[in-house]
Design a protein around this ligand. Structure first.
Ligand code: XMP
Length: 509
């Protein structure tokens, strides 16, 4: 085990993620964790994270100084580096002039003789974000990296296994940052690097079993990646003690509902599929205003879920598929992020349960996918692109009807099918069809048509907050267009959405 000791920095889970990428198990612990507890975990190394404070401020987070004498290697990052220097007889002060404060990309020069930089280029970009300055390096430490502005960017005392860097090796902007972390883990801590997502799975299953005992567990399954993986994990752990309620609002893509149900057959769980298509369609009937649609769907979703949950009676635990980016987004360190804006049916207060379990809370999306594979979920579920809670209802512009949904489902399926055949999935993060409310004149055979216009939307993005439209090759667009107008009744025109976000949003409603 490697302990990531958390001093409140922005990138702490990213550090943990890098450690996992290096094939080493780690746990993030708050800096207030008693040293005895840390020792009991028998770590092979400790990483001090960054943090917003200044070490010379008496109110800043501190560590038990005994941590430096027990003989475990430590890597200090940013605040963590300064904390180590401060504790071991160095001096950290506020940078007096701007040149010693560093933010952003910084050309840095490394001493390749230091284990941390072993085998790496002697010069490269690092990502800095610090206003404090290590004025005096502690006794026994050598300077092993510098920038043009700052003579002591990295320090080390190899005899004790102590390393400190002012920059953030965990962010992508730092060249070879992960390699530096790997060097710390392998060269200094002696990690084997053989930990895998399979091990994560085993540990998580054990922890869920311990926690749940013989209690009852309830989970709302949306069919998205996160709730599916959470469900599979808990299913593997406690089997028949789990009830999954899958509210099928009839607004899913082609065959999606059946696929979700199919994927969970192999576990001995109580799988409840609430087929609520008619209910949703009747509630949506005559409604064309986007926000009204969203609201109706959100409310009905909760109502259906609640009705199913009541049938089960008292449950002990509610599982949520919250993943790490949701935790950041909602901006709270609190355990119970129940109502986040993007989870339709942000879950009910009125279902009786003791506690929420969030088994994916520490994982990034690609790690969740990896875990899903380990659990044997099919690739189409694991690789599913983001899908809005209100489903196709916000991709049918204007009033939603069963016919329009069926038209859209087929067109959307063809779009995805052709993208898959062209092997373009990797170049786009979300792609789908939108059935506009506009009709226009066309000619088919010898006859006049007056039918709907379908829009294709594809975006390339990392965070879905901003996005660019994908440059799909013309030949592929052409194949998609020809197939859709030929195979899908009532569509006689196809347009491709070439707006970025902003000013447009990804969805049309
Ligand atoms: P927009 O359209 O706001 O979408 O650019 C950004 C991302 O969020 C998804 N989205 C939703 N997801 N419930 C969800 O779970 C929703 O109500 C919702 N609305 C938009 C959208 O698909 C895109 O990935």
């Amino acid at each position: 085990t490697v302990i990531v000791l958390d001093f409140g920095g922005q990138y702490n889970q990213l550090i943990a993620r890098r450690v996992r990428e290096c094939g080493v198990y780690c746990e993030v612990k708050p800096y207030t964790t008693p040293l005895a507890d840390i020792r009991a975990m028998n770590p092979i190394g400790i990483i001090f994270t960054g943090g917003p404070n200044s070490v010379y401020d008496p109110k800043s987070p501190q560590v038990d100084p005994a941590i430096f004498t027990w003989g475990v290697p430590i890597l200090g990052i940013c605040y963590g580096c300064q904390l180590m220097a401060h504790n071991l007889g160095g001096r950290v002060t506020e940078a007096q002039d701007d040149s010693a404060r560093e933010y952003g990309k910084t050309e840095t020069y490394f001493d390749s003789a230091c284990k941390l930089f072993k085998g790496l280029p002697a010069q490269g970009i690092t990502w800095m974000s610090h206003g404090d300055y290590m004025e005096k390096v502690p006794e026994g430490f050598a300077l092993v990296a510098h920038s043009d502005a700052c003579p002591n960017v990295a320090i080390c005392d190899e005899s004790r296994g102590f390393y400190g860097v002012q920059y953030h090796p965990e962010v992508n902007h730092t060249e070879h940052g992960t390699d530096m972390i790997r060097n710390f883990l392998y060269e200094v801590c002696g990690a084997a690097g053989d930990w895998t997502m399979g091990d994560y799975k085993e540990t998580a299953i054990r922890q869920i079993r311990e926690k749940v005992g013989d209690g009852k567990v309830l989970l709302a399954l949306s069919g998205g990646v996160d709730s599916s993986v959470a469900a599979a994990l808990v299913a593997e752990a406690v089997g028949s003690q789990l009830t999954c309620v899958f509210v099928d609002h009839g607004l899913m893509r082609l065959n999606e509902g059946d696929e979700v149900e199919e994927a969970f057959k192999k576990w001995d769980i109580n799988f409840v599929r609430a087929n609520a298509e008619e209910l949703f369609l009747s509630k949506l009937s005559g409604v064309s205003e986007p926000e009204r649609k969203r609201k109706i769907i959100g409310e009905e979703f909760i109502r259906v879920f609640e009705a199913e949950a009541k049938k089960i009676g008292q449950v002990d635990y509610l599982v949520q598929g919250t993943i790490y980016p949701d935790v950041i987004e909602s901006g709270t360190g609190d355990a119970a992020v129940i109502k986040s804006h993007h989870n339709v049916g942000g879950l009910p207060d009125y279902v009786d349960f003791k506690e929420i379990i969030e088994p994916l809370r520490m994982l990034f999306k690609d790690e969740v996918r990896q875990l899903g594979r380990e659990l044997g979920l099919p690739e189409y579920l694991v690789m599913r692109q983001p899908f809005p809670g209100p489903g196709l209802a916000i991709r049918v512009i204007g009033e939603v009807t069963k016919d329009k949904l069926d038209t859209l489902r087929l067109a959307d399926f063809i779009f995805r099918d052709e993208i898959a055949k062209a092997h373009l999935e990797g170049t786009m993060n979300q792609y789908f069809a939108v059935l506009t409310n506009m009709r226009s004149v066309g000619v088919m055979g010898d006859g006049r048509t007056y039918d709907y216009t379908l829009a294709l939307r594809s975006v390339t993005t990392t965070d879905f907050m901003t996005a660019d439209w994908t440059r799909i090759p013309y030949e592929v667009l052409d194949r998609i267009s020809v197939r859709i107008v030929n195979e899908v009744p009532h569509i006689n025109r196809i347009v491709y959405d070439i707006t970025s976000k902003p000013p447009a949003t990804i969805e049309w409603e």
